[in-house]
Ligand binder design. Structure first.
Ligand code: 13P
Ligand code: SF4
Length: 365
């Protein structure tokens, strides 16, 4: 008979160094049955155990292609949901800490999006004229909404291609939950700001007039990432005053004003790619999460590339930070003992249409 599952409380006080050896030992026992996926925002003590690292797009592809029985996602909740949706039924997606959510993803929920869709349908024929696009940072039922309504999922690295596809389907886009990714991408595609309206989900008709809705090409849900809102245009100005030769690079979740001052804009994976290819002697100011920037700065220092964090204050993604070596150790040792803890399983009625929206994305990007 199987011994009871190991309790998380017994792990809480373990030293990081102790976890390190135990994680390595459990991983060795599990071998190819388990794969650990690590998002770039994970802290070093967790990141170093990842078999595969990447941004949301790369990791969702890895999840779809993995043959491991257990997919342990060191990231946030929506990422483990994507792993579950895209993997085979016998594979198991696991999130080491169930409290690792995404505050931006939480800014849109199905009842609010459905209410918005109904209200938009009072102004125009929503089904015929709007493609719903959800950022991958969203719950599975919102991806399912997009799947059901001819829509699609995007990530920060493929948003432009996805918007192009969406406009080829219908004349307008409803983009949720991140207004900034939608606005920054739309603007780079040549859509003027006045044709991108912000849908305030706390107000009737999103706080817009019927005329504004009819004129809009993109309707932007009023969500945002609090981590990326910490970066301000004046941070860039101050840094450039001191080091005018600096190259500025920002994640597209940053505000429009910050992205306007950044000649380089990219997802976490493209920020890494661009800076890793930089010439020695160059200096970079980076607007994205601190764990990634610190790791990159250390990696690039010996190569003579200077990497700086854009904000003068520390800002990390607190939910990404929740995944610690203690939780990872707990998950792995339970698997060794034959117990699956913290499984993420999306209901089949959501998984089916959500998969459709994700597969549309994967086929394009
Ligand atoms: P990436 O797609 O660049 O990994 O971004 C995910 C995310 O949550 C950024 O805040
Ligand atoms: Fe969500 Fe922002 Fe954290 Fe990314 S950095 S997971 S968008 S809260």
């Amino acid at each position: 008979m199987l011994a009871p599952a190991l309790a998380l409380e017994e792990y809480a006080l373990l030293e990081d160094a102790g976890c390190e050896t135990r994680i390595a030992a459990a991983k060795a026992k599990l071998g190819e049955r388990c794969v650990i996926l690590g998002h770039h925002y994970q802290r070093d003590e967790v990141f170093r155990h990842a078999d595969l690292t990447g941004d949301s797009l790369k990791l969702s592809r890895e999840a779809a292609q993995s043959s491991a029985q257990f997919i342990i996602f060191c990231g946030v909740h929506f990422m483990a949901e994507v792993a579950d949706i895209l993997s085979r039924p016998e594979q198991i997606a696991i999130l080491p800490d169930l409290a690792a959510g995404c505050s931006m993803a939480d800014m849109a929920n199905l009842p609010a999006v459905e209410r918005g869709w109904r209200e938009l349908s009072q102004v125009l024929d929503a089904e015929a004229s709007i493609t719903p696009v959800t950022y991958i940072n969203s719950a599975a039922d919102l991806k399912a909404f997009c799947g059901r309504h001819g829509g699609i999922v995007c990530t920060s690295s493929n948003a432009q291609k996805i918007l192009e596809w969406s406009f080829a389907q219908r004349e307008k886009v409803l983009f949720f939950p991140d207004q900034h990714l939608g606005r920054n991408t739309g603007y780079r595609m040549g859509i003027p700001l006045e044709e991108m309206v912000t849908w305030d989900f706390s107000q009737p008709l999103g706080g817009l007039t019927e005329a504004q809705i009819r004129k809009a090409r993109i309707i932007l849900w009023k969500g945002f990432c609090s981590v990326h809102q910490m970066f301000k245009p004046e941070h860039i100005d101050r840094f450039l005053e001191k080091y005018p030769e600096t190259r500025v690079i920002a994640h597209p979740e940053c505000s429009f004003e910050v992205c306007q001052k950044a000649p380089y804009i990219g997802s976490t994976e493209s920020i890494l790619k661009i800076i890793r290819a930089a010439e020695p002697g160059t200096r970079w100011l980076v607007g994205t999460e601190l764990n990634l920037v610190n790791r990159l700065a250390n990696e690039m220092k010996p190569r003579g590339v200077d990497v700086h964090f854009m904000s003068p204050t520390v800002c990390m993604c607190s939910t990404m930070f929740r995944t610690d070596p203690q939780h990872l150790c707990w998950i792995l040792e339970n698997l060794v003992e034959g117990h699956v803890v913290n499984r993420i399983q999306v209901r089949e009625e959501d998984a089916r249409p959500a998969r459709l929206a994700l597969e549309r994305m994967l086929a394009i990007a």
